[in-house]
Ligand binder design. Sequence first.
Ligand code: SER
Length: 340
Amino acid sequence: MLRTPVVLITGASGEIGHGLITSLSADRDRHIITLDLKSLDPGLAKLVHEEIIGSILDGNLLERILSEYEVDMVFHLAALLSTRSEFTPMTAHQVNVEGTMNVLEFAQKQGESHGRRVTFLYPSSIAAYGLPDVDTKARVGKVTENEWTKPTTMYGCNKLYCEHMGRYYAKRYKQLAAEPLAGKVDFRSLRFPGLISAVTVPSGGTSDYAPEMIHAAAEGKPYACFVRPDTRIPFMTMPDGVDALLRLAAAPKASLNHTVYNVGAFNPSAEEIRQIVLRAFPGAQITYKVDEKRQGIVDAWPADVDDSAARNDWGYAPRYDLERAFSEYLIPMIRERYRT
Ligand code: SER
């Protein structure tokens, strides 16, 4: 039992969790507990105080965590991504919405119990947007947080709704009760673009064509890209994604004018990514085999995001533009990963 404040990471064994645990654990005074259905890589497991194997849908398990720990920060990363969610929409809703409600309620109870605000970090997504057609997508270019929020996927609907739920917990929770109860959960959300990691590969997303292309080339495997060459959405590297989460978590509350922030770093077309990958791995075999249905999902996502609110309010500043992402992060680290 640890009655000192701890950080809870749900979905910790996923791609974001991988980078986040490594960064967070650099602060030795910060104890981390994790909750995931899957176990952590052994290298990561030794960086956390307790690794709990289980589900965010298990109320009894959340009660146990509540009774044992004082959680004052939550990174709620557990989710089914966009492609997977289209095959199992009911499960997606359970995990992405009911699971998030459980974790929000858990954070509320934590705040009520120890009396401090619980900072709640929630990765939302460009999937929260829905552009009606490719002409509109090309015409509007960068979108701001309040435009075009008509998601076309189960995952996007889930993310957008949970942004609203988070705002509700932070500002209006039980607003008719005799005693004020809102404000225990300090909800902060980022709408991530596609994330590209050199050390892990995604599963079940629709922006996966970019990381899949890069990793396949490094491994010497042929790859057929499932979207058209001209497809364009924003991306960022995983280290910048993790850094953005940590910066938003650390930002003074008074500086935050919004609960949800766009973040982006570069927005190459699929063909531009292919060309960079071919320069780095000249023998790579990258072709196109367009999956019209997955293409439809990506076509509804914006070509770019306006992240000026994040830059102004809490100093968002990605380290890697497209060139540096490849030359200084992706290519050297991926070569290392697949070195035989
Ligand atoms: N990368 C995610 C996906 O493709 C979008 O948030 O589902």
